[in-house]
Design a protein around this ligand. Structure first.
Ligand code: S3P
Length: 445
């Protein structure tokens, strides 16, 4: 999203008990992948429950600009008619991914296997984020990044490979975006493309590739790592996808219910892929009453209904190897840690510095503005909880949806209201966040 209009501030104040049952919107990671793989498949892909947030809508537009037919049909089902592996057409205009690193980076991988040239661009936040980590392996596969602002940033021009080559790639950081970009480019290469990661990152791309008919295998590598191999040049066949609710969005009402006294809420259809549930595990270690009421399976992705009740939380230590399974949740975990008794130490947070904003710095600023003691030591963050939060702070959102939502959750239980300077970016991932939280009993003004 490009931020041109006036800012839209909002204040959250101490609320009565939260109650009710909600289904947060569809998972963002799965929504991007469904559109991209649908665009690379032959035949029709029908997607229900797609997240209709700005990040995903930008990916839909990009897939259309690359030649796929993407339509929203009556009843909210999205239909994608793909062009086949390596079948993308040269887009007429630069592809604008707005605020979304995932949309942009996965699309770079997808485009790298087609013999076309495309310009990738985004908003002021996305333009600050590192892209070499993506185009480095893509260049090894035969694509070329002809031009990139500052050598590593958007806008950048990518020339896809005429004869893509399969590679064996060790990712320098555990990142599902890097892994996915290499695998998507590997679809067009003859032979086997292999990605090895030190820590296992979310595997939605692997699961969905299998769902579309590709041959992907994955085996352990080292203590926490994984080796993933893909046989190139499959015929991907359009498939039906139902997108489960996003655990990274469910994290906000979940933490709110834990910290607002007397609350009891139910969160429906939350995706529980074990590579995404680090926050739930951590909250349970802190003493959170988060119970599974029912579970079911959905095209390889498990999901569950959770009941969440207000809990006395205690500080814990979060190990670095858990980071990939909760990388987007540290902001809201820091909010929970602020209301806990004792010290919460979160280790190995270096990747937070290169998200939609520098989330390490932003978390520290959010907590300090509201009277919470917090320190950063190297790549670790240490929050001193004392059971309650003074509040009263103004939090800058830095074009980052998750900062805005985390700060607002803090305000629902703080002694005095918490204000955010801009809520506009919440629409990138959770369009109905404010009304949904209000239905549960949240007080905003
Ligand atoms: C995502 C991967 C994560 C995450 C992002 C979504 C994905 O990034 O922060 O919000 O869908 O692959 P990294 O894999 O780069 O850590």
């Amino acid at each position: 999203m490009t931020h041109s209009g006036p800012k839209t501030p909002l204040e959250a104040r101490k609320s009565g008990a939260l109650s009710g049952r909600v289904r947060v919107p569809g998972d963002k990671s799965i929504s991007h992948r469904a559109l991209i793989l649908g665009a690379m498949a032959v035949g029709e892909t029908r997607i229900s429950g797609l997240l209709e947030g700005e990040d995903v809508l930008n990916t839909a537009k990009a897939m259309q600009a690359l030649g796929a037919r993407v339509e929203r049909q009556d009843g909210g089902v999205w239909s994608v008619r793909g062009v086949g592996v390596a079948g993308f057409a040269t887009p007429e205009k630069p592809l604008d991914f707005g605020n979304s690193g995932t949309g942009c980076r996965l699309a770079m991988g997808a485009v790298a296997g087609s013999p076309i040239t495309a310009i990738f661009d985004g908003d002021a936040s996305l333009r600050t984020r590192p892209m070499r980590r993506i185009f480095d392996p893509l260049e090894q596969m035969g694509a070329r990044c002809c031009e990139a602002a500052g050598g590593d940033r958007l806008p950048l021009t990518l020339e896809g490979a005429r004869d893509p080559v399969p590679i064996v790639y060790r990712t320098p950081v555990a990142s599902a975006q890097i892994k996915s970009a290499v695998l998507l480019a590997g679809l067009a290469a003859p032979g086997t493309t292999t990605v090895i990661e030190k820590e296992w990152s979310r595997d939605h791309t692997e699961l969905m590739l299998q769902h579309f008919g590709a041959d992907v295998t994955s085996s352990p590598d080292g203590a926490h790592g994984r080796k993933i191999s893909l046989k190139g040049q499959p015929e991907l066949k359009g498939a039906d996808i139902t997108v489960p609710a996003d655990p990274s969005s469910a994290a906000f009402p979940m933490v709110a219910a834990l910290i607002v006294p007397g609350s009891e809420i139910v969160l429906a259809d939350v995706m529980t892929n074990p590579l995404r549930t680090g926050l739930i595990k951590t909250l349970q270690e802190m003493g959170a009453k988060v119970d599974v009421l029912a579970t079911r399976n959905n095209a390889g992705e498990p999901m569950a209904e959770f009941r969440v009740r207000t809990s006395r939380l205690r500080g814990v230590e979060v190990p670095p190897e858990r980071a990939p399974s909760m990388i987007d949740e540290y902001l809201v975990l820091a909010v929970a840690a602020s209301f806990a008794e004792g010290t919460t130490t979160m280790r190995g947070l270096q990747e937070l510095r290169v998200k939609e904003s520098d989330r390490l710095a932003a978390t520290v600023a959010m907590l300090r503005a509201n009277g919470v003691k917090v320190e950063v030591a190297g790549d670790d963050m240490i929050v001193e909880g004392c059971g309650h939060v003074r509040g009263g702070g103004l939090v800058e959102t830095h074009m980052d949806h998750r900062i805005a939502m985390s700060a607002l959750m803090m305000g629902l239980a703080a002694d005095t209201p918490v204000k955010v300077d801009d809520t506009a970016f919440i629409a990138t991932s959770f369009p109905d966040f404010v009304p949904m939280m209000q239905r549960l009993g949240a007080t905003f003004s």
